[in-house]
Design a protein around this ligand. Structure first.
Ligand SMILES: NC(=O)c1ccc[n+]([C@@H]2O[C@H](COP(=O)([O-])OP(=O)(O)OC[C@H]3O[C@@H](n4cnc5c(N)ncnc54)[C@H](OP(=O)(O)O)[C@@H]3O)[C@@H](O)[C@H]2O)c1
Length: 378
C-alpha cells in the first residue's frame, strides 16, 4: 500500500461503518472516503469527521453496490475497500469492481452465499496479487482468532469454545432495510455444527444448550451452537483440537421464541416473499422487547496440555457497544495490513489472517476490554 493509503468504506455512515471510519482516522494515518447511496448522509458524516480530524483526510462519495459503473467511478485511486454495507447479494459486483480497480478488500458481512462467490474468485484474486479479507468484524471475525490465541498459550490445545452475549438497546438505533433482510435470509442457512471428538457435527437436540458464566452483570446464561465458516479449518490448523464451537445467546424472549422460529420456517417455505415481512417483525420485536443489561461479550474457555500438565486458558473480549466491537477488529486488521507483513495476497478469513496477539494488543488500545486467565487443571 502507498504511504498514506486511501480507504473507501461502503456503508460508511451505517452503524458499523461510521465507527470503523472514526477508529481508522484515530489509529492509522489513512484517508477515508465515506460512501453509500445517500449523498446527504455521506456528506454530513464526512463533514462531522472532517471537523473532528483533519478535513483533508475525509471525503465522501455516492456509490451503489448494485451499480458497477458507480463502483468503478468511486474506486479510482482507492487502496482498500471496506464493505460495511448490507450488500452481500452484491458481492460479485463489488469484488469484480475491486479487482478492476486493483485495490484490496475487507468485508464484514455474514452470508454463506458471499463466501461461495469469493471462493470462485480465489484464483483471480491470487493472480492479481490482491488481498481479500472476508468475514471481518467480531462474529464472524474474532472466534477463530481467539481459538488461535489459545493454541499459542499451550503445547496442545484440546478443547476451545467461544460463547457470546449480544445485548443491544435496539430501540435507539436505525438500520437500513437491507441489513435486516440480509439477517433474516441467513436464518434459512442456520447451522448448529460443533466439533465433537475431532469431527464437525450438527449438535443434537437436548445436547445443544450450554450454561456459561459470563460474570459481572450478565451472570449465568444459556447459549446454543452457531456455525461460522471461519471455524472449519481449525482442526487442520490445530491438529490437537478435538472439541470446539461458537455459541450464541438469544436476543429477547419474544424474538427468540416467536420471530426466529417463524422466520426460519417462513424463509424455508417462501425464501423470496417471506424475508421482508419477517424482517419487519424482527425490527419491531428487537425494538419493543430488548431490555438491559446491555453489552457485548465474547468468552473463550479452553483447555489442553502445557509442559506435560493439564491447563486452562480463558479469554474475554468485551465492549458496551456491539457495533464498536464489530468495528474495532476491522481496524485492528487494517493496522496489520498496513504494516505490510500482515498483508498477504489471496482470500482470507479475518480470523485467520490476523496475528492473534497483535490483534489483542491493538484492540486494547481501542479500549476494548481484554481479560485473560491461565490456570492448571486439578
Ligand atoms: N461481522 C460482524 O461482527 C457483524 C456485526 C454487525 C453487523 N455486521 C454486518 O455488517 C453489515 C452492516 O451492518 P450495520 O448494522 O452497520 O448496518 P446499517 O447500520 O443498516 O448500515 C448499512 C449501510 O449500508 C449501506 N447500504 C445499503 N445498501 C447499499 C448499497 N446497495 N450500496 C451502498 N451502500 C449500501 C446503507 O446506506 P444506504 O442504504 O443509504 O445506501 C448503510 O450505510 C451487515 O451486513 C451486517 O450483517 C457484521
Amino acid at each position: 500500500m502507498a504511504d498514506s493509503p486511501q480507504v473507501l468504506i461502503l456503508g460508511g455512515y451505517g452503524n458499523t461503518g461510521r465507527i470503523i471510519a472514526d477508529l481508522l482516522l484515530t489509529f492509522t494515518d489513512v484517508s477515508v472516503t465515506i460512501a453509500g447511496r445517500n449523498a446527504s448522509k455521506a456528506e454530513q458524516y464526512a463533514l462531522e469527521l472532517g471537523r473532528k480530524f483533519t478535513p483533508t483526510r475525509v471525503t465522501w462519495k455516492v456509490a451503489d453496490a448494485a451499480d458497477a459503473i458507480s463502483l468503478d467511478r468511486v474506486l479510482l485511486g482507492v487502496n482498500l475497500v471496506i464493505v460495511a454495507s448490507s450488500t452481500s447479494s452484491n458481492t460479485h459486483n463489488v469484488a469484480r469492481a475491486v479487482l478492476r480497480a486493483e485495490c484490496d478488500y475487507l468485508d464484514i458481512n455474514y452470508a454463506r452465499a458471499k463466501l461461495k462467490i469469493l471462493e470462485d474468485l480465489r484464483g483471480e484474486i491470487e493472480t492479481a496479487g490482491r488481498c481479500f479479507v472476508t468475514d471481518g468484524g467480531f462474529h464472524p471475525g474474532l472466534p477463530a482468532a481467539m481459538i488461535r490465541a489459545a493454541a499459542e498459550q499451550m503445547d496442545e490445545l484440546i478443547e476451545a469454545k467461544v460463547s457470546s452475549v449480544i445485548s443491544i438497546n435496539w430501540s435507539k438505533l436505525f438500520f437500513s432495510n437491507e441489513t435486516m433482510l440480509e439477517f433474516v435470509q441467513e436464518l434459512a442457512d442456520f447451522s448448529t455444527k460443533e466439533l465433537i471428538n475431532g469431527e464437525w457435527q450438527e449438535a443434537g437436540w437436548g445436547k445443544m444448550v450450554r450454561h456459561v458464566d459470563f460474570g459481572g452483570k450478565f451472570g449465568l446464561r444459556n447459549v446454543y451452537p452457531m456455525w461460522l465458516e471461519e471455524l472449519s479449518a481449525l482442526p487442520e490448523l490445530i491438529p490437537s483440537l478435538k472439541s470446539s464451537g461458537f455459541y450464541v445467546g438469544g436476543f429477547n424472549w419474544f424474538v427468540d421464541y416467536f420471530i426466529m422460529p417463524l422466520g426460519w420456517m417462513w424463509t424455508r417455505i417462501a425464501p423470496i416473499y417471506g424475508a421482508r415481512p419477517v424482517s419487519k417483525m424482527l425490527v419491531w420485536g428487537l425494538k419493543k422487547f430488548s431490555t438491559p443489561p446491555y453489552g457485548t461479550v465474547l468468552h473463550l474457555q479452553s483447555s489442553g496440555i502445557s509442559n506435560g500438565k493439564k491447563c486452562n486458558y480463558e479469554l474475554r473480549i468485551a465492549h458496551e457497544s456491539g457495533y464498536y466491537l464489530t468495528a474495532a477488529p476491522v481496524v485492528a486488521c487494517v493496522i496489520q495490513l498496513l504494516k505490510g507483513a500482515g498483508r498477504k495476497p489471496g482470500l482470507w478469513f479475518q480470523a485467520h489472517l490476523m496475528n492473534p496477539q497483535q490483534m489483542l494488543t491493538d484492540l486494547k488500545k481501542m479500549e476494548i476490554v481484554i481479560e485473560s486467565h491461565e490456570s492448571d487443571s486439578i
